[in-house]
Design a protein around this ligand. Structure first.
Ligand code: 13P
Length: 263
């Protein structure tokens, strides 16, 4: 249907512009990995899994950018099964910090890995808002991801009020400092900058806004983690769609996107 076409086109646009960028530059092994990631949020039932077959079919064998889909937890096993032995990777949207225990309704990072996930999003703004997740809680989840051998996609982003007050850099770097565990490594850590006011609003941040924040994030990461921080992938998220994907990926320190509605 229309929604599936839009999803496919957004993912294609993301990968095509990332591929083009990679082929233009001589990428050193320590460079951040390029990644187009889709976050389905609380959407999708088994009937929607066919979109994964389309995505897999359209993935170029030697694509310069990786592709990741984060379906709801109920679809992880089936999605991982469908994408087995393909370049498409499957991620979860949240995890509990503990490995096991009396936490009714929660899912541990170890369980997500067992279901076939390679990645897990932690600290998405919707979880920070809906579930009161603090930087400390997000850091514990990122640690759990690492313990389980998953790559954590750690989300940060300022609200509209914070941006209007000119506090965006301070807010984002403070979230980043509090949400990342010591010893975070580039192969197990991805940062997603998702300004709250751009999520699901159709109003993406401008390339200049993104360049400012991604530059500040890169600099904070390099200061704290050295070469590992320089090699972490930085994704932008918030109203990315086929029409704006190329200009966003052309921004310095943008290594890919975390795409909600259009994925
Ligand atoms: P939209 O692409 O729908 O704005 O959502 C972005 C997002 O929250 C991805 O995690």
């Amino acid at each position: 249907g229309g929604a599936m076409d839009t999803r496919r086109r957004a993912c294609e646009a993301a990968r095509t512009s990332l591929d083009r960028r990679k082929s233009m530059s001589n990428v050193a092994p320590s460079s951040p990995e390029k990644l187009a990631a889709g976050n389905w949020k609380m959407n999708g039932t088994s009937a929607d899994l066919s979109i994964l077959e389309t995505i897999i079919r359209d993935l170029a064998p030697e694509a310069g950018a990786g592709a990741l889909i984060c379906p709801p937890a109920t679809l992880l096993s089936a999605a991982a099964h469908l994408s087995k032995a393909t370049p498409l990777r499957i991620g979860a949207q949240n995890c509990h910090e503990a490995a096991t225990g009396a936490h009714t309704g929660d899912i541990s990072a170890e369980m997500l890995r067992d279901a076939g996930a390679t990645h897990v999003i932690v600290g998405h703004s919707e979880r920070r808002t809906d579930h009161g997740e603090t930087d400390d809680a997000v850091r514990a989840k990122a640690e759990a991801a690492q313990r389980a051998g998953l790559t954590a996609i750690v989300c940060v982003g300022e609200t509209e009020d914070e941006r209007e007050a000119g506090r965006q850099i301070e807010v984002v770097t403070s979230q980043l400092a509090g949400s990342l565990p010591d010893g975070a490594t580039a192969d197990r850590t991805i940062i997603a900058y998702e300004p709250v006011w751009a999520i699901g609003t159709g109003k993406a941040a401008t390339p200049a806004d993104i360049a400012e924040i991604h530059g500040a994030i890169r600099s904070a990461l390099s200061t704290r983690f050295g070469a590992q921080g320089s090699a972490m992938s930085l994704l932008y998220g918030g109203s990315v769609k086929p029409a704006n994907a190329a200009e966003i990926f052309a921004v310095e320190n943008v290594d890919g996107a975390l795409i909600g509605g259009a994925s």
